[in-house]
Design a protein around this ligand. Structure first.
Ligand SMILES: [Ca+2]
Length: 201
């Protein structure tokens, strides 16, 4: 039997502003490599990358004596507000003194998130969805493309480091949906749905 009052859960989807504090998903930043990084020891450096968003701080491993390091390491941030900027800083690891800075860069995931919202599917591999040009207001050293690759959306970025004499860092963005967001559609049929037979007099 249906109850006369409908379930409040079905009344209205929550507004976007009410959702701002909730986790939207995970941003996986693949820190691929550094190119022509600054020298901070005698002839070379021992670079590692720190990525910060709000209170989250993640870092790659140190690669010894290499100003063209290949980290190929994934750093994963929890995202509740995609308009939040992400800061990337490169350091030279030193054993007996404070680590030296080797420049920094800032980027955001706005274009990437816009592409995710399009709910695209089944595009030919390599299809470019959005192009973000290098501007004075961003740290891109060349055009960055949001594209469809191997069944998902990715964005490659080449970041020119600031506050340093030279150096670039190549990264790639990927998105990971949280499994919890789908569960509400898979509610099991209720035990109470079995109706008792009514007896007619
Ligand atoms: Ca060092």
């Amino acid at each position: 039997m249906d109850s006369p009052t409908s379930s409040p859960r079905l009344s209205k989807p929550p507004s976007k502003t009410a959702n701002m504090d909730h986790l939207l998903g995970l941003l996986r930043i693949r820190v691929k490599r550094g190119v022509n990084l600054a020298v901070r020891d005698v002839r070379t450096s021992d670079p590692y990358v720190v990525v910060k968003m709000g209170k989250q701080k993640l870092k790659t491993r140190v690669i010894n004596k290499d100003v063209n390091p290949e980290w190929n390491e994934d750093l994963t941030l929890s995202v509740s507000d995609p308009s939040h900027p992400i800061k990337l800083t490169v350091y030279d690891h030193d054993m007996f003194s404070m680590d030296d800075k080797m420049g920094d860069a800032e980027f955001d995931m706005k274009a990437f998130v816009e592409a995710l919202k399009m709910k695209l599917d089944g595009l030919p591999n390599g299809t470019i969805i959005t192009r973000v040009p290098p501007l004075r207001t961003n740290c891109l050293s060349e055009e960055s493309c949001v594209m469809w690759k191997d069944g998902k959306i990715i964005q490659d970025m080449c970041l020119r480091l600031r506050n340093v004499e030279c150096g670039e860092v190549e990264i790639q963005l990927q998105w990971i949906d949280l499994p919890g967001s789908k569960e509400q559609n898979q509610r099991k049929p209720s035990v109470h749905s079995r109706c008792d037979k009514q007896h007619f007099v």
